[in-house]
Design a protein. Structure first.
Length: 254
């Protein structure tokens, strides 16, 4: 029996539990149903979704939250690479996410991939090359937020706490009986631990969104200017053609 839990950072910068549902599966249909349930409860304005690359969730995010970007948890990305490479290469991998911007990170990727090939770690090099881009989404946001949004460590810790409380029960008779202790523990963690400390300074996100809004309006103005210019050019050509027809008609009468 699986129970899905979704948490978020609210407008004030505090972590909160959005909801929990029993009977969850890893497929797309299950995640879409869960996300639609959350949207029906009023969830809106999602800007970023952080996950461990559950393919079902990844596909569902693209349909349920059209404006949201996806960030693959860097910690889970490292573990995936460590499945085919020794953990002694951790420093090499972490250097990928220690760059000042996305462009620098991409250049670093090329160097790391070459190093892994030289070490005869071809599978690791392929995993890095194929999966790195979805771990760099955090670079699109303010650098002050990077450490908060590039992993899903918060929900990992919550899941660990939930597991610690529920593993003492050998089995649950039904879904609701399993859901009750999960919700109770989640509510306790959110109220006692998360309610006292801000997780993120939302001023940095607000400034970024304001800049994006200004940039969007500028792009809209540029598009409108282009359309207007084409319209004026077409009108001038049409008038020129009319004048040419009039002159030709007048000449043919003489």
């Amino acid at each position: 029996m699986a129970i899905g839990v979704v948490i978020s950072v609210n407008e004030e910068g505090y972590c909160e539990v959005l909801g929990a549902a029993e009977g969850m599966k890893a497929n797309k249909a299950s995640w879409i149903k869960f996300f639609q349930w959350l949207r029906g409860r009023g969830l809106d304005g999602v800007k970023l979704v952080v996950g461990d690359k559950c393919l079902g969730m990844l596909e569902a995010v693209g349909e349920a939250f059209l404006e949201a970007k996806y960030q693959r948890c860097t910690a889970h990305f490292y573990r995936n690479v460590f499945s085919v490479a020794p953990r002694s290469k951790a420093k090499l991998l972490k250097a990928l996410h220690a760059q000042e911007d996305k462009i620098a990170a991409r250049w670093k990727v090329k160097a790391v991939v070459e190093q892994l090939h030289s070490m005869k770690l071809k599978e690791a090099a392929k995993k890095v090359e194929d999966g790195i881009e979805e771990t760099l989404t955090y670079c699109d946001f303010s650098s002050e937020l990077w450490t908060c949004i590039r992993t899903n460590n918060v929900i990992v810790r919550l899941n660990r706490e939930i597991h610690r409380r529920t593993r003492v029960v050998s089995s649950f008779p039904d879904g609701n009986s399993a859901l009750m202790p999960v919700c109770a523990r989640s509510r306790h963690v959110a109220g006692i631990q998360w309610g006292n400390t801000k997780y993120m300074n939302m001023k940095h996100l607000e400034a970024l969104l304001e800049d994006a809004s200004i940039a969007g309006r500028l792009r809209l103005c540029q598009v409108l200017q282009t359309i207007l210019r084409k319209f004026l050019d077409t009108t001038i050509m049409y008038k020129s053609a009319q004048q040419l027809d009039i002159q030709t008609f007048g000449t043919s009468n003489y």
